[in-house]
Structures are given as structure tokens and as C-alpha cells.
Design a protein around this ligand. Structure first.
Ligand code: F6R
Length: 245
């Protein structure tokens, strides 16, 4: 896994957006999978700027979701889908057909997992995957200590995820389970980028980048990806040896 460190969050966001636009320019039909949350928000703003200024055309791209809180859907502020629509689908004017997102309110969660897995297979796999990293080392909602999954699945959320996840909600929200792509699917993507920002992520980033590959730090499995990159701001890289890109 190669690591690139940028001076600050803005430069990190710009660099990640450029990677996405380069991917789409070389494959306009690419299937992309992009995490939601604080970390990719700046990148999403740059993607919107790039589309509006004509640098890139997203009209043929498809998106698949990475994860969702079980019990929540687009109408729920704080859901992954709500975030994704507010930050990408509406600003980029994407069609509903371009986006396949987990329905966290689906009656049949197993069927929902199968639907998303089939969507990915039908599109020939994920071209570019952009993940964040949780304070506990999760990627998607692949939580510490769980067996590596090769398909979409339901997980019981880790206490850290439940506590930290409150930041996405105005009011205290009970979070218990998540629906997520498996680590195996993340490893199968053609290219994977992990983005991290802020000093609070420095320790877990260092464990993911240079520690042993272990289910205790799910993001460490990216070390086994054939084309994976860590894009960090200087604060997130502060427990690593680095030079600014
Ligand atoms: C969200 C997701 C999560 C986040 C992670 C970091 O779709 O997949 O794994 O990427 O929890 O969240 P932020 O960026 O809010 O610190």
C-alpha cells in the first residue's frame, strides 16, 4: 500500500477528487464505491466543482453504496444514503438508475445484501473504492474482531462505532446493526483508496498502514490489496514517517 501525505484537509480532498476524476475520464462507465462521513465530504465538494466546470462527466458512471445503518434510509438525516444524496447525487444531478444503495429499512436484509452483490457483479466489479477509517479501524462497517466477509452482510456494530456515529445525528439515535460490503469485496476492487484526516486518526492509521494484518484493525487488510493507497493529511500521518506529497 502506497501512502501519500498532504499538508492539510483541503489538499487531501483535492488530491482524492483528482484520482476519482482521472478514473472516470479513463473509464466513463466505471462503477465507483465511495464512503460517506466527514472525511470524503471535501472531496465530494471538489467533484461537484469539477463536474460543473466541465472537467469530468459523470453521466455514465454508476455508484454502489458501501454501508448503511440498519433501520435507516434516505428520509433519515444521518443515514449514509441521506449524506450521499446531499453531497453527490443531487449536486451532480445523477439519475436514480446510476445509484444502488443499501436500503437499511428493507424488510428482508438478506435479500438486500444479495441485491447489492448482484449489482456489483453485473457491473463487472468496482473500479474505484474510496473508504474512510473508523476510530476503531473499521472500513465500511466491517468491525474489529469479526471474520473477513466476502459479500454484503449485516453486522452488530462495535461500541466505538455506536458512540462516534452519533456525530451524524442531531438527536441521540439508537444504532445497533449495520449493513456493509465485506472486506473481500473491498479487496476485489480494482483500486482502493483509504482517506484519513485529523490527529485523532493518527494512531489507528499507523496501525492500519504498518501494523500486522489483523481482524482487530479491519483497515489493515488493505495492505493485501494489489493497488491500494492511503491518502492522509499531515495530522492523520503524524504517527508515521512521511514527506509531504
Ligand atoms: C461510512 C463508512 C465509515 C466511515 C468511517 C470514518 O460510509 O464507511 O467506515 O468511513 O467511520 O468516518 P468519518 O469520515 O466521519 O470519520
Amino acid at each position: 500500500m502506497k501512502t501519500f501525505v498532504y499538508a492539510d484537509y483541503d489538499q487531501l480532498s483535492r488530491a482524492a477528487a483528482t484520482l476519482v476524476t482521472d478514473t472516470v475520464r479513463s473509464n466513463p462507465h466505471a462503477l465507483l464505491c465511495i464512503a460517506t462521513g466527514d472525511t470524503p465530504a471535501g472531496m465530494m465538494n471538489y467533484l461537484t466543482e469539477d463536474v460543473r466546470s466541465g472537467v469530468v462527466d459523470f453521466s455514465k458512471v454508476s455508484f454502489v453504496s458501501l454501508d448503511e445503518w440498519v433501520g435507516l434510509n434516505q428520509q433519515d438525516e444521518g443515514s449514509c444514503r441521506h449524506f450521499f444524496y446531499q453531497h453527490l447525487v443531487y449536486p451532480l444531478n445523477l439519475n436514480a438508475e446510476q445509484v444502488a444503495f443499501f436500503d437499511g429499512r428493507a424488510d428482508d436484509a438478506e435479500h438486500e445484501c444479495a441485491r447489492i452483490d448482484q449489482y456489483i457483479t453485473g457491473k463487472g466489479g468496482i473500479e474505484l473504492m474510496i473508504v474512510g477509517i473508523g476510530m476503531n479501524g473499521h472500513i465500511g462497517m466491517n468491525e474489529p474482531g469479526l471474520a473477513v466477509a466476502n459479500s454484503s452482510h449485516i453486522v452488530n456494530l462495535d461500541e466505538v462505532t455506536i458512540t462516534v456515529g452519533q456525530k451524524y445525528f442531531r438527536e441521540k439515535t439508537p444504532l445497533r446493526r449495520g449493513i456493509t460490503l465485506g472486506i473481500g469485496q473491498i479487496l476485489e476492487s480494482k483500486k482502493a483508496i483509504l482517506m484519513a484526516s485529523g490527529r485523532k486518526k493518527a494512531e489507528i492509521v499507523a496501525r492500519a498502514a504498518t501494523g500486522p494484518v489483523t481482524t482487530q484493525v479491519p483497515a489493515s487488510f488493505l495492505q493485501q490489496h494489489h493497488d491500494a493507497y492511503m491518502l492522509l493529511d499531515a495530522d492523520a500521518a503524524s504517527s508515521l514517517d512521511y514527506t509531504i506529497a
